[in-house]
Design a binder for this molecule. Sequence first.
Ligand code: FAD
Length: 395
Amino acid sequence: MNLELDAADRDFQAEVRAFIDAHWPDAARAQARDTVAREGRPSVVERAWFDALVARGWSVPHWPAAHGGANWSPTQHYIWARETAHADCPEMSPFGSRMLAPVLYTWGSPAQQAAHLPPIREARITWCQGYSEPGAGSDLASLTTRAVRDGDHYVVNGAKTWTSGAHHADWMFCLVRTDPHARKKQEGISFLLIDMRSPGIEIRPILILGEQHTVNGVTLNDVRVPLANRVGEENRGWTYAKGLLTHERTGIAGVARSQVALRRLRYLALANGLDDDDVFATKLDELEIELLALEMTELRTLATVEGGGAPGPESSILKIKGTEIAQRIDDLVIEALGYYALPYPAPQLIDNEGPIGPMNAVPAIRGMLYGRAASIFGGSNEIQKNIIAKAVLGL
Ligand SMILES: Cc1cc2nc3c(=O)[nH]c(=O)nc-3n(C[C@H](O)[C@H](O)[C@H](O)COP(=O)(O)OP(=O)(O)OC[C@H]3O[C@@H](n4cnc5c(N)ncnc54)[C@H](O)[C@@H]3O)c2cc1C
């Protein structure tokens, strides 16, 4: 695959850089660099960034042009991902823009598309994902949250768990069981869109490593959901749910983010006197090579998606390698920081100067702890290996 940019691509790159310089100020970049996981409503500067993207038609470039996508080539997407990662530009919440949207524009009704795609495109509505349950994680098709018809509504009862951002979300896309007697458990599932303001929804925080509140338990007690909020056919939800997961996994790979992180790690190692350390240098070089190989896989996937396809089982390869590489970078950042990587808030007490000071250490340890989850969510890496064995290797 040819990665040399031609003249038109270089013009596009210059246009992207000028756009970022105009709409994403330096102060915001510095703050974004120290933020581990962006959550909740956009801040004022983030809002301005999203508004600028919407005005330019670049807020959801990966969508089909008919729904507001930018009609870019794979190379343009590649350039956009690298330039925005380099400048720490805020990304839209993936739940709406990368996960639900492809389901809606592929299987949603015209009314659902008209109601939900524009607010996602404009980053005005936040979604969360109601897939996992206390008894259904890797074996997701065992889910038991029940939806029973009552006139023109479903009445939903059950419990979801690990629901990221439910405490900020306006809506949840949710898998429910509509036919408990189906021949196969995958065949009795439907895909519902649930307004989080509906009576009967309770949200309980779950603290993850580092005591961060990003995930929740969500209980649904007699929640009434209009039949019109079911995506596609009743009992066919598993098909839509799986389609969504391939997009989710492709997004988790985070190649551009890892490239930026690796570059920063090299500076950190230099500043911390590790430039003479052959063992450390070898670890960095190995990562660099693996990241380059992953980048090729990502580009091939992008090319498929741009050609009108959806990411297939290769999204599982991207997810495994992408999260493994990101976690190894996190580990090496901690190694390079040495004792500055003591659990926060201890580093704040240490007076230091240069790039390994406290302000680098605090997000580093938080990032490392948060990053552990990436090999679990979106389907654990062990499950991705099962998928590759079946769907890619035919075992
Ligand atoms: C931070 C975080 C955020 C999350 N956000 C969301 C969210 O927003 N929405 C949502 O719906 N879910 C979310 N999840 C849930 C996530 O998708 C599940 O945790 C994941 O699918 C694993 O399910 P489980 O936790 O029930 O573990 P289990 O399924 O119980 O698995 C336990 C272990 O056994 C292994 N295992 C299980 N089955 C097999 C098998 N067949 N072969 C080999 N190994 C196996 C797993 O890999 C894992 O290591 C989130 C999870 C985390 C940690």
